[in-house]
Write a protein of this length. Structure first.
Length: 368
């Protein structure tokens, strides 16, 4: 459990942020300069808030009311930065065990377990200078896990990597999120990262928290478009793999009675997965059209339509208890006579479906 309620200023920038989350990955999302890193620095003890309270799993790290402010070295927080910050003169093995042999912390996790989790056994005897950017970040994450942290902070860990390296490291971040056994705060301004990795999403803008709660609920909020960005607006749908067509390389996902097909990747029958579907890649029809290359069509009911003056509108539809967003022109919505309560068919392009994600356990909703 993570509880954060902080106020303070750094230079002329003011922070007034409050949120809470259960175990798992909590993502702080916002545009560059929103205040995400300042908030994490307050959690880590690198910046002292003027007032507030920070609690991790029942341990109070900061409480202005009782004048409690644990030093950064005593907070047991692992910090992974945008640049790996490895010791260039040490091998990967010695970078990983630095906190232990420096006499500061004894890791509860065996080295071999962390090495296997991150897939870095072949790197142990190499120096950082011979590693790729993604390999360096995996080593940095391993070092943070081996410092026996009660919380892991990951501040834009993929920001300096190109798309190919990001794709390489994301599966490892998936594994860390599932297997670390400690709360993780993940900072990013890339919506595709936080949608893939997090269970709780915290929307940060101009030093304040606009809203927080389960990631699927936050992505379905059409009122947060300015903060999340309209171009990447999306929704998350959860389902279970019920069949795999090896001939065509497709997996059939049961979304609660309706089936959607996605590239099979390395999915297995019975696996719970989470799919991200971009609003710009959802079309709406009044019935199921014939003669289209689009294979995925879900029956839904319109829940809301945003009232906008520009050329586009955001349409939120309920699909078997889940929410799906579509971004259409206002002219198209008018031509189809779309109104809340109307039954529609939602057409989803296969290319709009991101890679697989395991569905998190049910979580309590929180409001910002």
């Amino acid at each position: 459990m993570l509880e954060v309620e902080v106020k303070g200023s750094v230079g002329g920038f003011h922070i007034d942020a409050a949120f809470a989350s259960e175990a798992g990955v909590t993502a702080l999302f916002g545009q560059s300069g929103a205040g995400k890193s300042t908030i994490t620095n307050m959690i880590a003890g690198l910046v002292t808030p003027a007032s507030g309270r920070i609690v991790v799993d029942g341990q109070i790290l900061f409480d202005s009311a009782s004048s409690l402010n644990l030093p950064a070295r005593d907070r047991r927080i692992g910090h992974v930065f945008q640049d790996a910050r490895l010791f260039p003169h040490l091998s990967v093995r010695n970078n990983l065990t630095f906190a232990h042999w420096a006499g500061r912390r004894h890791p509860k996790r065996p080295l071999a377990e962390v090495v296997e989790l991150l897939g870095i056994s072949h790197l142990l005897d190499r120096k950082p200078g011979g590693l790729s950017g993604g390999e360096k970040q995996r080593v940095a994450i391993g070092r943070a896990l081996l410092s026996d942290p009660r919380l892991l902070l990951m501040d834009e860990p993929l920001a300096s990597l190109d798309q190919a390296r990001k794709s390489d490291i994301l599966p490892y971040l998936d594994r860390v999120g599932e297997d670390a056994g400690i709360p993780i705060v993940y900072v990013s301004h890339a919506l595709e990262e936080v949608a893939r990795l997090s269970q709780t999403l915290v929307i940060v803008s101009q030093g304040s928290v606009l809203a927080f709660g389960p990631v699927a609920d936050m992505l379905a909020r059409t009122d947060l478009g300015r903060a999340t960005g309209r171009h990447e607006a999306s929704a998350l749908l959860s389902g279970k793999v019920v069949a795999i067509d090896k001939h065509w390389g497709l997996a059939s996902i049961d979304m609660g009675g309706q089936i959607i097909q996605v590239p099979a990747l390395d999915t297995a029958i019975g696996e719970d997965i989470r799919l991200r579907i971009r609003a710009r890649d959802v079309a709406i029809a009044l019935g199921r059209p014939e003669g289209l290359s689009i294979r995925n069509a879900l029956h839904g009911t319109i829940k809301s339509i945003t009232d906008e003056t520009g050329p586009y509108t955001e349409i939120l539809s309920a699909v078997d208890g889940q929410l799906l967003r579509a971004r259409l022109t206002r002219a198209s919505a008018a031509d189809l006579g779309l109104v809340p309560g109307k039954a529609v068919t939602l057409l989803i392009k296969s290319v709009a479906i991101d890679r697989r994600q395991r569905t998190p356990a049910p979580r309590k909703s929180a409001q910002g």
